[in-house]
Design a protein around this ligand. Structure first.
Ligand code: MTE
Length: 330
């Protein structure tokens, strides 16, 4: 996800190999000063105290009675090893394996989640209080990154709508803004003073998107607790939107009257829009969005599959966008 001024010698979108897409993005991040963050990673965080917390035991109890929803995707699952080792999580570095390699000592506690803004009952919850009232479900979703790779993942979570309702939104709540933790002790890339990403990572949804039954607050995957590289302890999953909307390690959910700023709009608004609905008819300025590499894959076997409108969830979500020009509201 990058800013780029095209010149005639640039490859055409159909000539770009997946690896070069990835490398050009890394190149942009390097120029932007983020790669240094990956190199400057330290290891001064305290090791995770596995199994000792109320959160860990509550989560494992809830996982034991997980409700599995029928598989509506009907495509092979992406192996656990790929889901947990091919990641985008810039707080841990910009390489695909940086998040798994640099998050081994990440602690999910202490943690608190604020739900505030246009609500009648502002909340500040510890992790146990976030989870207590909710039953966990497994939902198999397609997951499509704007970089044109995709996975099929059995996420574990509960509807975001149920969490937001606990704060009793007012009638002026039109949007929802999400914020990731800022803690340089836990996120090594946040220690880098020249980072171009203005932490915290921020995302936003319209209120009807946030309350849609497909929108999930995720606490696990593959029947296990969520790994740090995938956004522990709480991350969003909006399956009909590009992956960058699915913000990780959330500490604040703010209901707002105005459309919130998002990190990628601040960095490159001509490339990454607020809506970010998966759409094969609207290309990224530098590559086609008509197809995607389904993981696992390799350079020799890219495993291209066609991209679907709304990532295959058109029937469930298209009505949210009636009358909206999806080309200008990309
Ligand atoms: N959330 C935060 N806080 N920081 C990030 O860098 N990357 C986004 C999204 N959420 C990101 C984030 C992007 S670009 C993608 S594609 C997905 O997380 C990747 O999720 P995964 O690593 O679980 O596949």
């Amino acid at each position: 996800m990058l800013i780029h001024i095209s010149n005639p010698s640039d490859p055409k979108s159909w000539e770009i190999t997946p690896e070069s897409q990835y490398l050009s993005r890394r190149e942009w991040l390097k120029n932007a000063g983020l790669m240094g963050a990956a190199l400057a990673l330290g290891t001064s965080v305290t090791p995770l105290q596995a199994g000792s917390s109320g959160w860990t035991s509550l989560l494992s109890d809830k996982l034991a009675s997980l409700k599995k929803q029928p598989d509506a995707v009907g495509e092979p699952l992406t192996p656990y090893a790929d889901v947990t080792r091919y990641n985008n999580f810039y707080e841990f570095g910009t390489g695909k394996t940086d998040p798994s390699e640099n998050s081994g000592s990440f602690k999910v506690e202490p943690w608190s989640l604020a739900i505030d803004g246009a609500v009648n009952k502002p909340l500040k919850l510890n992790l146990e209080d976030v989870l207590k009232p909710h039953a966990l479900e497994e939902r198999i979703y397609r997951f499509r990154c704007v970089e044109a790779w995709s996975m099929v993942v059995p996420w574990v979570g509960f509807p975001l709508a149920d969490l937001i309702r606990r704060a009793d939104p007012t009638s002026s709540a039109k949007f929802v803004r999400f914020e990731t933790l800022v803690d340089p002790e836990r996120f090594p890339a946040q220690r880098f003073a020249r980072s171009t990403i203005p932490w915290p990572y921020e995302e936003g949804l319209r209120i009807d998107e946030a309350m849609h039954p497909l929108t999930l607050m995720v606490v696990g995957l593959y029947g296990k607790e969520l790994q740090p590289q995938n956004g522990a302890p709480l991350r969003l999953m909006v399956p009909w939107k590009y992956g960058f909307k699915s913000i990780k390690s959330i500490v604040r959910i703010e209901l707002t009257e105005k459309q919130p700023n998002t990190t990628w709009q601040q960095l490159a608004s001509s490339e990454y829009g607020f809506y970010a609905n998966v759409n094969p008819d609207v290309d990224h300025p530098r590559w086609s969005q008509k197809r995607e590499r389904r993981l696992p894959n390799s350079l020799w076997d890219p495993n291209w599959v066609p991209t679907r409108r709304f990532n295959g969830y058109e029937e469930q979500v298209a009505s949210l966008y009636q009358g909206l020009n999806l080309k200008t509201h990309y």
